[in-house]
Design a protein around this ligand. Structure first.
Ligand code: WT7
Length: 636
């Protein structure tokens, strides 16, 4: 059995089999799921010329039957979901598999009663409350395509996604808690929908009990709709390659793209990677701190754990509320055994007094995980020593929205876990390092562009509404490979170390933004003529956002005016994208370093933002080398 790896030898055997006989390997892994009909072919389509993959084609299934129904006989009374609210004084909630099943069915019936049909896209803009998890599964139950939009995105960002997905349905709440703050949510949706004529129905979940504006004929309360809705709902039979969800993510062009994952391959990958990477056992209490609005929350808070029949903890709050000991308090309270978080959270907690973590026992912990960005050695050691007490293996999991699940990582306690290394590839993953011209770099102790040589079950299938874009972004740069956009190093032992993006994408606190996307937002501001955005190293966020901006009225007259313009630019970015994309530094300049052909030399801007003042490289090809001196003089 290759479905569950328990030793290093088993890892090597599974890996070898996955490369030599992928069809046999994945057929064996897929066997234990509930299929309405088995597949005709395990794997079809190829990466070359344009990335067309199909997995388990011909199969029929519903992923929620695998997340819920399948477990009822054995695990009906086992906890599926533990909900820990923002405020520790509020009571937490626990749902068994049977209760979750009933709630999902009830929500599914509400969707059906409101006209949602198989294949319809449903935008979910809900805070991290149980109804978010339930709503996602309810969509999958009836074959609707969910597209969760992180509840920190702005009205403009919601509208763009609703319209791109051509969605007729939106699910939201009255408001959300975020640490000490309460934030209205419904009013953000109302603003967004002013430019979304296609939306027919908005279903509103009551969370804060706040009064909200309900649009007659369009908006309904979930609790009204749920009255009398049945607690069972037949699962829609889906084809293996029917879309399961769309998740928007940033690329190097200005507009976020809708990454599409389909049903069977994603399911198999989510379950397989979850169980093996974290080495999950029946009695684990597993906590992934990511919001369901990101792919980590999709695969490793919701689908992976539920497919595996695990107990998954969902946390509404933030790591620093009511104080910087909250994560550790929650771990002790619920006896969490596996904890999966982001380096940015670790770094922000590291910066607070050590007592915040030392005053908790953390003795339940067994495995620690990291995701979203490279974890620096200092953070790795702090996590290992103070959270894991030196006894918990750390899995540094590298993957992407487009990969659906973990690609490079240690298997906890089995394959090597070395600081600042994601480690070895999972079975089924064939990573390569490429030269700029696309030739493979062989051997260890080498650096290059990270690409993947063969299809795996959860590879991105398309970008919603624009298949060519997916082909151009991922499969055409290096024909025959999936291109990740990351640079990596294979160390002397063959372990992978991720260096960072090689495209115009920056990673802020584990969240991806295109520099062009932020520039587009900044350029909407009335004071702005042109801008250029780069990332720079930031102690807590990993990368910070540095914006160089040319203003309409030339340089500001005084410090007060500069401040006012900067505040106004930030406001625009918050309105266009959301608070998470706020520039950390804005430098108003009178010109940008451009070549004679008008191309901005970002290399120079990056160096200045990084604090490099002498080694700027060749500036002789610049149209006006004097701008560089001005930029250096005004560096923030
Ligand atoms: C980008 C993908 C994977 C879910 C969360 C982010 C960076 C992700 C790691 C890691 C170094 C990492 C990469 C990747 N990244 N995990 N363990 N070590 N870098 O998903 O928003 O799609 O971003 O995040 O640069 O390309 P995403």
């Amino acid at each position: 059995m290759h479905a569950r790896i328990r030793t290093l030898e088993e890892y090597h055997a599974a890996y070898q089999k996955s490369v030599e006989d992928p069809d046999g390997f994945w057929a064996e892994v897929a066997e234990p799921f509930t299929w309405r009909r088995k597949w005709d072919t395990v794997r079809s389509g190829e990466f070359s010329p344009a990335g067309e993959s199909k997995w388990f084609d011909g199969a029929r299934l519903n992923i929620t039957e695998n997340c819920l129904d399948r477990h009822l006989a054995q695990r009906g009374n086992k906890l599926a979901l533990i909900f820990e609210p923002n405020d520790p004084k509020t009571r937490h909630l626990r749902l068994t598999y049977r209760e979750l099943y009933q709630q999902v069915c009830q929500f599914a019936n509400v969707l059906l009663n409101n006209g949602v049909e198989k294949g319809d896209r449903v935008i979910i803009y809900l805070p991290m409350i149980p109804q978010l998890a339930i709503a996602v599964l309810a969509c999958a139950r009836i074959g609707a395509v969910h597209s969760v939009v992180f509840a920190g995105f702005s009205a403009t960002a919601i509208a763009d996604r609703v319209n791109d997905a051509d969605a007729h349905f939106v699910l939201t709440a009255d408001g959300l808690n975020r640490g000490p703050k309460q934030i209205p949510v419904k009013s953000v949706v109302d603003e967004a929908l002013l430019t979304c004529p296609g939306v027919r129905r908005v279903i509103v979940v009551e969370h804060l009990g706040w009064p909200v504006n309900m649009v007659e004929g369009r908006d309904v309360w979930y609790h009204d709709e749920a009255k009398g809705a049945a607690l069972t709902c037949p699962a829609e039979e889906m084809k293996a390659e029917d879309p399961l969800f769309i998740l928007y993510t940033s690329g190097s062009t200005g507009k976020p793209k809708g990454v599409v994952h389909t049903t069977a391959g994603y399911m198999v990958w989510a379950d397989y990677t979850f169980r093996n990477v974290f080495q999950v056992e029946e009695n684990d209490v597993y906590w992934c701190t990511a919001d369901i609005g990101w792919v980590t929350g999709h695969t490793y808070l919701l689908y992976g754990p539920l497919l595996a029949g695990s107990t998954s903890l969902q946390f509404e709050g933030v790591p620093t509320y009511p104080d910087a000991g909250r994560f550790w308090e929650v771990i002790d309270k619920h006896n969490v055994t596996i904890f999966y978080t982001a380096p940015t959270a670790i770094r922000s907690l590291m910066a607070t007094p050590l007592d915040n973590v030392l005053s908790y026992s953390l003795s339940s912990l067994r495995v620690l995980g990291s995701v979203g960005e490279p974890i620096n050695e200092e953070a790795w050691h702090w996590y290992h020593q103070h959270v894991g007490k030196g006894r918990c293996p750390i899995v540094d999991t590298w993957w992407q929205t487009e990969t659906g699940g973990i690609m490079l990582s240690a298997l906890a306690g089995i394959t090597p876990s070395v600081p600042a290394r994601a480690g070895l590839p999972l079975p089924g993953v064939q990573p390569v390092l490429l030269n700029q011209d696309g030739t493979e770099i062989k051997g260890n102790d080498q650096e290059g562009y990270l690409a993947i040589k063969a299809s795996w079950p959860a590879v991105i299938r398309t970008t919603w509404g624009d298949h060519e874009r997916a082909q151009q972004t991922y499969f055409q740069p290096y024909p025959g490979y999936y291109f990740t956009g990351d640079g990596a190093r294979r160390d002397e032992n063959g372990l992978y170390r991720i260096i960072g993006r090689v495209d115009d994408v920056i990673n802020v606190s584990g969240h991806r933004f295109g520099t062009a996307e932020i520039e587009n937002a900044i350029n909407q501001n009335e004071h702005v003529i042109e801008s250029a955005v780069v990332g720079y190293p930031h102690d807590v966020k990993g990368q910070g956002i540095y914006a160089y901006v040319i203003c309409q009225d030339g340089p500001p007259k005084n410090a007060a005016e500069a401040k006012q313009w900067e505040a106004s630019i930030i406001e625009t970015v918050v309105a266009e994208i959301g608070k998470i994309a706020k520039p950390d530094k804005i430098q108003i300049v009178s010109g940008l370093p451009k070549t004679r052909s008008g191309k901005i030399m970002r290399r120079i801007l990056r160096k200045v933002a990084e604090g490099e003042t002498t080694n700027l490289g060749d500036v002789t090809t610049l149209l006006d080398p004097a701008v560089v001196d001005e930029i250096l003089a005004g560096k923030k």
